[in-house]
Write a protein that binds this ligand. Structure first.
Ligand SMILES: Cc1ncc(COP(=O)(O)O)c(C=O)c1O
Length: 414
């Protein structure tokens, strides 16, 4: 892995039209630090998505003409690219979704007949709403129960904590590889090994991790892995559900219609297409799949691990500058990711976010869709998250604005 440096980052930045076209925000240098919410897109991704509309528009699985065939080939190639990107054994284990949220819902809804009253689903309180509410709903509809395993002091889920709540009724373990508020890292391999040993299903929410570390599903040993395109420099409206074949076969497709059925009869009976088509009812986001495949190539060419290392470096740079400033408290000093979460005493998180906006800086403030996370104030936190295009100036601009923002009113007018 070739480490990233200032020079390379400067070149990478030129590939992002959002950075080229918006040098300023609020009259200040534009400083985008909300990559954990959504990443900016490079030219190559925009061009790949656009190429569908410009040169090869046709529906997939339907046309008996050259362009229809081309759309089929390119869509399937995109699936293979995604499979290779995460080390899946076969492209059949990849189905496209609208995002990570839909992928997790596809699993939870797909298990409706499989889960039985009294069954238990283990997750934890650091999860994004998208990895809790689908389980709440499944539990409510089927008379099952969601059980929260304890988090350690860094907000991580440990195998020991899962073991403490594991019972013969447990059927699923669902957790994020990297959590979205504190950027805590969960040992996905150990957790999935525990799930396998216990004979239960495992689902890894990889929304925050696919763009900043190499993902190898076979090594992780998960049954399901879900992520979104837009957080990994790909388009919005496209995401991925990976599943091991045997695990996918447990799922009833939650959406039915064209493209996913092999046959249907006046009697009301129907048979399903093979994997993965049975999960892709209706016309799919073909342009998005092309854009996502290009995003996989973009991340691969730079190296996901190199991106992660660079983001961590910037996070630590900013952390070192703000720690010790009056009233500033970093909530995740040691989390090994590019997410820096902090509060400023006496300043509501959203006011701090507004102040940073006035300095040209985009961050997230509030509860970040993790509304039951302990370890953080109920009044919310501010989250700055770095990406492959972030540079030292971004880390310094953020740190300076936070440190000078000690007196928020003075800071506004400074
Ligand atoms: C950890 C995690 N899981 C799931 C999601 C949901 O992703 P999406 O809104 O792209 O479906 C997010 C989004 O922030 C996230 O951070």
């Amino acid at each position: 892995m070739k480490p990233l440096d200032d020079e390379r980052i400067a070149r990478i930045r030129t590939e992002f039209p959002m950075l080229r076209k918006n040098p300023l925000m609020q009259g200040k240098r534009f400083c985008y630090l909300d990559t954990a919410a959504t990443a900016l897109k490079p030219d190559c991704v925009i061009a790949a998505q656009d190429s569908y509309y410009q040169t090869w528009t046709a529906n997939t699985h339907r046309g008996d003409y050259d362009l229809g065939h081309e759309a089929d080939v390119r869509y399937q190639r995109a699936r293979q690219t995604v499979a290779d990107f995460i080390g899946a054994a076969s492209a059949d284990e990849i189905s496209f979704t609208s995002g990570c949220t839909e992928a997790i819902n596809r699993v939870a809804q797909g298990l409706f007949s499989w889960i039985q009253p009294g069954d238990e689903i283990i997750t934890d309180r650091a999860e994004h709403a998208s990895n809790i509410l689908p389980w709440f709903r499944l539990a409510r509809l089927r008379g099952a129960k969601v059980v929260f395993a304890d988090l350690d002091e860094r907000g991580s889920l440990t195998p020991e904590a899962v073991r403490r709540v594991l019972t013969p009724k447990t059927k699923i373990l669902a957790f994020a590889r990297i959590t979205n508020v504190l950027g805590s890292v969960n040992d996905a391999r150990a957790l999935c090994a525990l799930a396998r040993e216990a004979g239960i299903l495992s689902l890894v929410d990889a929304a925050q991790s696919v763009a900043c570390e190499t993902t190898r599903v076979e090594e992780i040993g998960c049954d399901f892995l879900c992520f979104s395109g837009h957080k990994m420099y790909g388009p919005t409206g496209i995401g991925v559900l990976y599943g091991r074949r045997q695990a996918l076969e447990l799922l009833d497709p939650p959406t039915v219609g064209g493209g996913m059925n092999a046959r249907f009869y006046p009697s009301g009976d129907y048979t399903l297409e093979d994997l993965p088509l049975r999960f892709e009812a209706g016309t799919q986001n073909i342009a998005g799949a092309a854009g996502l495949a290009q995003a996989c190539r973009f991340v691969e060419e730079i190296g996901a691990d190199a991106i992660g290392a660079w983001e961590r470096q910037l996070k630590q740079l900013a952390r070192a500058r703000i720690e010790g400033a009056p009233g500033v408290r970093v909530l995740n000093p040691d989390s090994p990711t590019g997410i820096l979460t902090f509060i400023v005493d006496g300043v509501p998180a959203q006011d701090e976010g507004t102040l940073l906006n006035s300095k040209g800086i985009c961050v997230r403030s509030g509860l970040h869709c993790a509304k039951i996370l302990p370890l953080v104030p109920k009044t919310g936190t501010v989250r700055a998250s770095f990406g492959v295009y972030s540079d030292r100036h971004d880390a310094e601009q953020l740190a300076e604005a936070i440190v000078k923002g000690g007196d928020i009113l003075d800071a506004y007018f400074a």
